[in-house]
Design a binder for this molecule. Structure first.
Ligand SMILES: Cc1cc2nc3c(=O)[nH]c(=O)nc-3n(C[C@H](O)[C@H](O)[C@H](O)COP(=O)(O)OP(=O)(O)OC[C@H]3O[C@@H](n4cnc5c(N)ncnc54)[C@H](O)[C@@H]3O)c2cc1C
Length: 382
């Protein structure tokens, strides 16, 4: 087993960290306060190739495998202090993966190049006001009775929702089999389609530069060709998508943990109280030590998850273990980081309170921690 990064991955790590620090960290505090999506930085991410990490080269991307893309995302969130922007990038990559895996040749040729160049922004929409963790209870329906499908219903909390040019919509097909989600299909919906609208960006506790909103479908006509994958395969697609999403989110969270950890080490070595550095106190050092333990264990889990997906295998159990462990580790690392920085940690100037606010959502989106625990128990036959 080889745990080292190869030369290409090392170079990629260094260049993305350097890029992120140089191009993405100005005005983050202000953008967070205003809740503004930093479109110029998004375009820079596209120029850097970050939106095309997983897009095949023939469609203008870098065609990386998931392991390399996971390293790139860690580098991005390690260098970039705007976790909302990183989340928007991850959302785009999740949509690219779905299109690449299930899209027709026409759909890929039409959308993948523009998603990699950042010209189009994408969102994926599953959650509804009455169907969050319980995905199968979704009510958005796709009526197949006319020549086109008619989408009716609504989604909520959708990342990139207010900006999205292309939305992947999961909906219940009126003629499908209702058992095990066999009535759910997946559609590509374009901005400007009559009957489709997005709500205003929702005000949030954290990840405020990421734009989230409701989506409304009022008898939106979508052609047969707009279906992604096969009819009734929505839950199968969702199952695959959520594994990729959990790997990509986990990669981004680990980069943030590393950034926060290094900030704590630096502060603990320089801040003096009672005539010595605060890091000389075991209760402070132990908090930082725990961050390091979680970072290293999280990386092992990440690379296992990514390796499984690169082999074309399912990683349901591993993705849930990794997502649960790393998202909870991120939240506790950010909370401890504020504590280690004392009063300064509580101030906006220190920029850790934003990381803490941002981290809270990590144990909610992409399946809550409780749902990951349920999946792990189910996989153990409980
Ligand atoms: C920042 C952010 C970005 C998001 N982006 C997207 C997106 O792009 N697309 C999208 O479709 N959705 C998105 N979501 C929605 C997200 O996926 C849901 O919020 C999440 O799945 C939980 O659903 P819910 O909010 O309805 O909570 P609920 O399902 O109502 O859960 C409420 C509480 O009950 C617990 N609970 C529920 N069922 C069980 C159970 N069986 N066992 C134990 N505990 C249970 C939950 O763990 C939670 O603590 C986003 C959410 C956030 C916060």
């Amino acid at each position: 087993m080889d745990f080292s990064l190869n030369d290409t991955q090392l170079l990629q790590w260094e260049s993305i960290v350097d890029f992120s620090r140089r191009e993405l960290n100005a005005e983050v505090r202000n953008d967070d306060l205003q809740g503004t999506f930093p479109l110029p930085k998004w375009r820079k991410c596209a120029e850097m190739g970050l939106l095309g990490l997983l897009t095949p080269e023939e469609y203008g991307g870098l065609g990386q495998d998931l392991t390399s893309a996971a390293i790139s995302l860690q580098a991005l969130s390690y260098g970039c202090e705007d976790s909302g922007l990183t989340h928007a990038v991850v959302t785009q990559l999740c949509c690219v993966v779905l299109l690449n895996q299930y899209g027709s040749a026409e759909q890929k040729a039409r959308f993948l190049p523009k998603l990699s160049s950042g010209e189009l922004i994408a969102a994926q929409s599953i959650t509804e006001p009455d169907a969050g963790s319980d995905v199968l209870s979704m009510r958005t329906k796709a009526d197949a009775s006319s020549s086109a499908y008619l989408l009716t219903g609504g989604k909520v909390f959708i990342s990139n929702g207010p900006l999205a040019d292309l939305v992947i919509v999961f909906a219940k097909d009126s003629e499908g089999k209702s058992s095990f989600g066999g009535d759910i299909s997946c559609f590509l919906l374009e901005k400007g389609t009559p009957g489709f609208s997005a709500g205003k960006p929702l005000a949030k506790m954290g990840l405020r530069t990421l734009q989230n909103s409701e989506l409304f479908f009022d008898e939106v006509a979508v052609a047969q060709e707009a279906m992604l994958g096969k009819r009734g395969h929505g839950m199968f697609i969702f199952g695959e998508a959520i594994e990729w999403e959990r790997v990509l989110m986990t990669a981004a969270h680990l980069g943030t943990i590393q950034r926060v950890l290094e900030k704590c080490v630096s502060y603990a070595k320089t801040r003096k109280q009672f005539g010595k550095e605060i890091g000389q106190n075991q209760s402070v050092a132990n908090k930082i030590g725990a961050m390091k333990v979680n970072l290293e264990l999280g990386k092992l889990m990440l690379y296992k998850m990514a390796w499984l997906k690169d082999q074309g295998k399912r990683a349901t159990l591993e993705a849930s273990i990794g997502k649960l462990f790393v998202s909870e580790s991120l939240k506790s690392a950010c909370l401890d980081a504020v504590q280690i920085h004392g009063g300064y940690g509580f101030m906006q100037e220190c920029e850790l309170e934003r990381d803490l606010r941002d981290s809270i959502a990590a144990t909610i989106y992409s399946g809550t921690s409780e749902i990951q625990q349920n999946i792990i128990a189910r996989m153990l036959g409980l």
